[in-house]
Design a protein around this ligand. Structure first.
Ligand code: PAZ
Length: 312
């Protein structure tokens, strides 16, 4: 049995920087709600499940955070302001283009003693400049707020706080729940304080089901918002039926279903009475088109219809 969501909050403490994050969320939502803008809350990356309170080991998952980070850029391009709620150290909008050694390789060191300068190599300027320009507009215009989480517990606290701050935005708020959230966890009162020792033999780890937050999120926290959830499967035969089950159960509007193996070039949009596939051709992939560009354009159309229905 999954624990009830209210029990979860009463049994798990918020992260230590929770109040600071709540203040940032409140200020961001109020400012942009007053100016009538559309706000997208994007969750991105995987949550961890700690095995000890003083955490040495944890259960993690595959998510790189590319879906969320890329989508954030496209929502900004569509004029949305963005709350980017992401797993610390997963991919982030803009910097994702230069991860690893790529960034260092774009720079040139002009070593002239005390007058040393660093410049961008001429052939990298064309790559860096457009991304830097989009970054500056978002960052300096206060159009993106970064909030990070690590554990599933952090994620739950931050998600509820973000929803509470978004509620006054009504149908202008869009939730795009792309994070890979653990289905299992160890409740706080069952977790050892210190590092699990190997001299006691192989540990028996008893995981429990996490509560499903979509139910209170859709019905209580942001009842007027447009909610998009993602469904990941590895078995194609389950994909659309599981997505539709979620729509029936939680009564939100759209599930974007994807398979682990093909998620970079194929997704299925599932509504209660329809489903259609979006896939990239080989040529589109080779020319650098990202599936998130097409996903976000479609989601924006759905959101626009939703806002119009809300107004008339
Ligand atoms: O983070 P990523 O780009 O590697 O993968 C994206 C994704 C597969 C995590 C996302 O599209 C998704 O399906 N999120 C929901 C996963 C779930 O069913 O919990």
């Amino acid at each position: 049995m999954a624990s009830h969501w209210e029990d979860f909050y009463s049994q798990h403490l918020p992260p230590s920087d929770f109040e600071d994050n709540r203040t940032l969320l409140k200020e961001f939502c109020e400012r942009h709600n007053n100016s009538g803008e559309r706000i997208a809350l994007i969750t991105s990356g995987g949550t961890t499940v700690p095995l000890e309170h003083n955490t040495v080991r944890f259960v993690d998952n595959f998510s790189a955070g590319l879906r969320g980070a890329a989508s954030a850029e496209y929502f900004l391009d569509h004029g949305y302001v963005v709350i980017f709620m992401f797993r610390l150290k997963s991919l982030e909008p803009f910097t994702r283009h230069f991860s690893g050694q790529k960034f260092m390789d774009m720079l040139e060191l002009n070593d002239r003693g005390p007058n040393t300068t660093i410049t961008v190599k001429p052939d990298s300027v064309d790559i860096l400049a457009p991304i830097l320009a989009r970054y500056k507009v978002a960052q300096e215009g206060g159009r993106i707020l970064y909030i990070n989480f690590t554990t599933v517990q952090d994620y739950f606290w931050l998600l509820r706080a973000a929803c509470e701050c978004l509620a006054p935005c009504g149908s202008k708020a869009l939730l795009y729940l792309a994070a890979a959230v653990s289905d299992f966890y160890i409740p706080s009162n069952e977790m050892p304080t210190h590092k699990i020792q190997s001299d006691g033999g192989p540990p028996i780890i008893n995981l429990q089901l996490v509560p499903k937050l979509l139910a209170p999120l859709v019905n209580l926290w942001v009842p007027q918002a447009y909610v998009v959830s993602f469904k990941l499967e590895t078995d194609e035969n389950l994909l659309v039926s599981k997505a539709r089950d979620a729509l029936k159960k939680y009564k939100h509007k759209l599930v974007i279903a994807n398979l682990l193996q093909t998620r970079r070039h194929k997704v299925t949009f599932v509504t209660i009475d329809d489903s259609f596939e979006i896939s990239l051709t080989r040529d589109q992939t080779l020319s650098g088109i990202e599936i998130e560009d097409i996903i976000v354009s479609n989601v924006v159309l759905h959101h626009t219809d939703f806002i119009h229905c809300d107004q008339y």
